[in-house]
Design a protein around this ligand. Structure first.
Ligand code: ASP
Ligand code: MG
Length: 410
């Protein structure tokens, strides 16, 4: 007998019929002798509606009240799913985040989970019940409802799996796993049966949207295997992707997949003094404004001045630019410029550690297409470049081809 946590995303519970189908699936797992905890998202589109309501009244409103509103979508689905299970003869019990006691910090709208009280859940499981938990939410020490950031139900699923020492965390969505790249950009993208948690972490941080990045961080930290699968497949018939420990991923390839991100913008300040402390003077005010910086490049200085370039999320572009240009003035910079029409493309693969020449192959492939590289950043298992946004799709396709990821002809 195993303990399984299943998370169902918004499209998987998008209609009453879909909720009944989820109930049927849960019951099949239960009848096979497993204990099952189910985490659900709001019905598809519901959280966006709540965001629109908030914005119609006061987008500047307090995080506490925003979370009181945002968390309601999931409260509907837990009740509906528990009712569907009971109607079909399976005892079930629903819990909001606060009822379980998923304790978080008080960073409203992007709270982090601190602790989960597993006892009430264990007791229900021992009584033969299926436990249904609202994703995306928790509660502070003082009792305010919090939410975990968009897509946060994935994180609830993984965190519960860790807290209850589950055997597997299954994430059900509308695609049957992780692909070598987004099939909407490259139709030849291939399904990946297994990849490492570290590879998934890089893929998510480079722009893959299959799993919320925080959920992968959690899984990586606690070594919790995640299986991504489709709730639209016939029970037990579909494909899936297992994201797991490196030892369990047999196939050694240099590049596992290609991730990309259109959401970044580039900022540059030129002719700043080349002396200790300048990077801090430039980036300190940006981070003080709670703006996250991704890639950073500082040129080798010539005649005691240097240029400095970095990327931020497009949503933060205007604000970051204002701050940077002010700093630039104080530092006597030559110019402060920016560009919103950029995109990031990354190749990711744990096999890069033992395969030389992966980066240069990437650069040559892009050069052969006349695609200019604006910035480069690397880690042990990733090479990421910034290119003009208009070349993004071409870049993804030629790299997909060059690294042999394309579907082999049937
Ligand atoms: N309902 C929330 C959202 O749309 C959380 C989730 O679906 O994971 O972001
Ligand atoms: Mg999601």
């Amino acid at each position: 007998m195993a303990l399984i946590v299943q998370k169902y995303g918004g499209t998987s519970v998008g209609t009453p019929e879909r909720i009944e189908a989820v109930a049927d699936r849960v019951i099949r797992w239960k009848q096979q002798g497993n204990d099952v905890i189910v985490v659900v998202s709001a019905m598809s589109g519901e959280t966006n509606k709540l965001v629109a309501l908030i914005n119609a009244i006061n987008p500047q409103g307090s995080g506490r009240e925003k979370d009181a509103i945002l968390s309601t979508g999931e409260q509907v689905t837990i009740g509906l799913l528990a009712m569907a299970l009971e109607k079909k003869g399976q005892p079930a019990r629903s819990y909001t985040g606060a009822q379980v006691r998923i304790l978080t910090d008080d960073a409203h709208t992007k709270a982090r989970i601190r602790d989960i009280d597993a006892e009430p859940i264990r007791k229900d499981l021992a009584d033969g019940k299926v436990v249904v938990v609202a994703g995306f939410q928790g509660v502070t020490e003082s009792g305010s409802i919090t939410t975990l950031g968009r897509g946060g139900s994935d994180t609830t699923g993984v965190a519960l799996a860790v807290a209850l020492k589950a055997d597997e965390c299954q994430i059900y969505t509308d695609v049957d796993g992780v692909y070598t790249t987004d099939p909407r950009v490259e139709p030849k993208a291939r399904h990946i049966p297994r990849l490492t948690l570290e590879e998934m972490l890089e893929m998510a941080s480079q722009g893959s949207k299959v799993l919320q990045i925080r959920s992968v961080e959690f899984a990586y930290k606690y070594d919790m295997p995640i299986r991504v699968l489709s709730s639209f497949d016939e029970f037990g018939q579909g494909k899936s992707t297992l994201v797991t420990r490196e030892e369990e991923v047999m196939e050694e390839v240099s590049v596992r997949g290609i991730a990309f991100n259109r959401d970044e913008a580039q900022l540059t300040v030129t002719g700043v003094p080349d002396r200790p402390g300048v990077a801090y003077q430039i980036l300190g005010p940006i981070s003080d404004a709670n703006i996250e910086v991704d890639m950073i490049v500082q040129n080798i200085g010539s005649d005691s001045s240097t240029d400095f370039t970095f990327t931020v999320h497009k949503n933060d572009y205007a604000k970051a630019r204002d701050i940077l240009c002010k700093t630039g003035e104080t530092l006597g910079a030559k110019q402060c410029t920016g560009d919103e029409n950029i995109a990031k493309v990354a190749i990711v693969g744990a096999g890069m550690r033992s395969h030389a020449g992966v980066a240069s192959k990437m650069f040559k492939t892009l050069a052969d297409e006349g695609i200019n590289i604006r910035m480069i950043s690397t880690s042990e298992i990733k090479v990421a470049v910034v290119v003009d946004e208009k070349y993004l799709e071409l870049a993804v396709r030629v790299l997909h081809q060059a690294f042999g990821l394309a579907q082999t002809a049937v």
